[in-house]
Design a protein around this ligand. Structure first.
Ligand SMILES: C[S@@+](CC[C@H](N)C(=O)[O-])C[C@H]1O[C@@H](n2cnc3c(N)ncnc32)[C@H](O)[C@@H]1O
Length: 226
């Protein structure tokens, strides 16, 4: 998704993003359960500085806040000001004091300047227009031994299962909701993009491990910096 589309699409989707995600990814596809699992792959986060790339409305924050504790810190980065406003609202409501929000491009992360102990990104990296640049910058920011865990879609259409057949409807819903661009829903392009992205991860991280969900359409990747 091009950078101007991130603002256009997500600024207007921000108000209903949580409700839509609860219904489509939570109740229908039952994928929300993998969020906590992905964050658990980051290991012990007590006192850690965690970067949440494409944090959106902050759906990871409740899980991260309890894991980093009072001495830790969460840096949430997103390019959509609308999504960040929703995240800020939750921070105010919950009274969280150790979350910093930064409006920045995930492919550059120029405004993240401190070393990072752990990085997560949920359903974001696959839509970043330059995935390879993003992963290289993430690896640069990580401290030696730092952990990385992401959950994403490697295919926009599963090879089997209900969603394979419901895919045309799912695609129309996401496009109509103004969330995904046609490019993000192109199966061949997404697979090729992640094949290149995994090449960067193999070069920059060690201990890479992959899991799959949603009949192979979704993947969770973990690794660490040597
Ligand atoms: C599907 S949402 C996921 C949000 C959140 N991680 C979650 O789990 O609900 C994708 C997020 O990635 C952000 N995003 C996409 N491309 C980006 C980019 N190049 N730089 C920063 N954020 C980006 C969008 O603004 C959006 O908030």
């Amino acid at each position: 998704m091009k950078l101007h589309e991130v603002s256009e699409n997500y600024d207007s989707a921000a108000r209903y993003y949580d409700r839509l995600t609860d219904i489509v990814f939570g109740r229908i596809l039952k994928l929300e359960k993998y969020r906590g699992h992905t964050i658990d792959l980051l290991g012990d986060l007590d006192g850690a500085t965690v970067l949440d790339v494409g944090c959106g409305t902050g759906r990871n924050f409740p899980l991260l806040v309890e894991r980093v504790g009072k001495q830790g810190k969460i840096i949430g980065v997103d390019y959509s000001e609308g999504m960040l406003e929703q995240a800020q609202r939750s921070i105010r409501t919950e009274g969280w004091r150790n979350i910093e929000l930064i409006c920045d491009d995930a492919a550059r992360l120029d405004r993240v300047t401190e070393p990072i102990d752990a990085v997560t990104a949920i359903w974001c990296l696959g839509i970043v227009y330059d995935l390879e640049a993003s992963l290289n910058r993430i690896a640069d920011l990580m401290r030696p031994g730092g952990r990385f865990a992401t959950m994403d879609f490697e295919k926009s259409r599963p090879d089997k299962g209900l969603l394979r057949w419901l895919y045309p409807v799912y695609r129309i819903v996401l496009q109509y909701a103004g969330i995904d661009s046609p490019e993000d829903l192109d199966n061949a392009k997404l697979e090729a993009k992640w094949a290149r992205g995994k090449g960067v991860l193999r070069e920059r991280l060690i201990g890479l491990r992959e899991e799959h969900y949603l009949n192979g359409a979704g993947m969770i990747i973990e690794g660490r910096k040597s």
